[in-house]
Design a protein. Structure first.
Length: 109
DNA sequence: ATCGTGACTGGGA
DNA sequence: ATCCCAGCCACGA
């Protein structure tokens, strides 16, 4: 439930969605932004996730539209993000996530 | 209050 | 195919 600070701030919404990403799946910034109604504020989504680093939020499951681990440099180590995804059974196409297989879209719970 | 920045996206050259 | 440019929203100073 979103009785917490969720749905109050854009950040809260992002956190809630990211937490709902199933294991072995990934989503894109644009998908989250669009789900929140912002649509074009995909940049703000990533920026919000920047604050989530060090929290329980699986930010490593969020990639850009091309499936690239754009935020890998924001993690503790650049290789951690890919390692985490690999550990979840996500397939990689070179250094990009196979969105066709693992793309997950947020939905109203 | 204004200005600048950003883990993005889409379209054009 | 790749590279560059402009637009978009939210937050910090």
């Amino acid at each position: 439930m979103m009785t917490d600070n969720s749905s109050k701030d854009f950040f809260g919404n992002v956190f809630g969605v990211v937490k709902k990403i199933p294991k072995g799946k990934v989503t894109t910034y644009g998908a989250i932004a669009k789900f929140l109604g912002a649509g074009a504020s995909a940049r703000t989504v990533g920026w919000a996730l920047n604050k989530t680093v060090g929290t329980d939020l699986p930010a490593h499951r969020v990639v850009n539209r091309n499936g690239e681990l754009t935020g890998k440099l924001h993690f503790s180590t650049p290789n951690m993000m890919k390692e985490l995804l690999l550990a979840e059974g996500i397939n990689f196409n070179n250094d990009k996530v196979d969105l066709e297989k693992h793309l997950w879209l947020p939905e109203i719970d």
